[in-house]
Design a binder for this molecule. Structure first.
Ligand SMILES: C[S@@+](CC[C@H](N)C(=O)[O-])C[C@H]1O[C@@H](n2cnc3c(N)ncnc32)[C@H](O)[C@@H]1O
Length: 269
């Protein structure tokens, strides 16, 4: 794990913390991951229909929803599933779907150059500080003709929670997300052809703020930013947060917006 700590950048969560948080969440993740399943299904629907990959990779596999879907489509024989969090791998492995479940970092893939035909990653790459490096690694492990398909989150995600905290104390309480324009620029510069890249907002509704923050914790996706306030959050501040979030209330409940980026890239040579 020492390597993982060394590649973390200022302004994004430390990788050891990301791994520990997702490992802790492995048992609760599936019970609250409805959005994640919808996003994975939407991403998989965008894969080219003529694709017949021999070796495919699910990067940031989590509990393995995408892994098992890929195995259904393409067979499990040569499937690989990689995740930073050992706890997620322990959970996913017995459920099957891939030939190998491997601990690894998207920014430093433990795979040979030119070894995969298809790389799929759903809602994992927003945790990587160096997205140019992720793309370079994806390009390295793909064979010429290979496809990278990913979903991720961009600026505007959890904007209501962020704005509510901002009104209370101005601190970073919500994980930082890259701008859509950054995804566009880095994909354009990746040396792969961008076949599709678009953002689809998705809004979930909650009866109250605690339901939202409890769900983020059960997903392992609560705020891990450096600069998050340490220690207990005072009652006054929580009351102020709840009051600020009420300003967003809609007839269906309190909204939480996710700005989901979907992209399909093609390594031509
Ligand atoms: C929100 S979960 C998504 C899991 C799964 N793909 C799904 O759609 O349900 C994010 C996953 O990405 C993994 N992850 C985060 N950073 C990673 C990295 N740098 N390399 C590999 N996996 C990473 C986490 O451990 C976690 O399991």
């Amino acid at each position: 794990m020492t390597d993982l700590a060394q590649v973390s950048l200022p302004g994004v969560p430390d990788k050891r913390q990301v791994a520990a948080s997702f490992s802790r969440a492995a048992a609760s993740y599936d019970s609250v991951a409805a959005l994640q399943r919808t996003v994975a299904d939407t991403l998989l629907a965008q894969l080219p229909t003529d694709l017949r990959p021999q070796r495919w990779l699910d990067l940031g596999c989590g509990t393995g929803y995408c892994t098992r879907a890929l195995a259904q489509r393409y067979g499990a024989g040569q499937g690989l599933a990689v995740d930073l969090a050992e706890g997620m791998l322990r959970h996913a492995r017995p459920l099957g779907g891939a030939a190998h479940f491997i601990a690894g970092d998207a920014e430093r893939l433990p795979l040979a150059t030119g070894s995969c035909d298809l790389l799929v990653s759903s809602l994992a790459l927003q945790w990587c500080g160096d997205f140019a490096r992720v793309l370079a690694e994806a390009r390295r492990v793909l064979r010429p003709g290979g496809v990278l398909a990913f979903s991720s989150l961009c600026v505007g995600t959890l904007q209501e929670l962020q704005a509510s905290w901002q009104a209370v104390d101005g601190h970073v309480h919500v994980n930082r997300f890259r701008a859509l324009s950054t995804y566009q620029q880095l994909c354009a510069d990746s040396g792969m052809r961008v076949r599709a890249l678009q953002v689809q907002p998705q809004v979930l509704h909650y009866p109250d703020v605690r339901s939202l923050t409890g769900e983020l914790k059960a997903l392992g996706a609560h705020n891990l930013n450096p600069g998050r306030p340490g220690g207990l959050t005072g009652r006054e501040r929580i009351r102020a947060l709840l009051a600020a979030y009420e300003g967003f209330r809609q007839p269906q409940g309190l909204p939480a917006t996710y700005q989901v980026v979907y992209a399909v890239l093609h390594k031509e040579f």
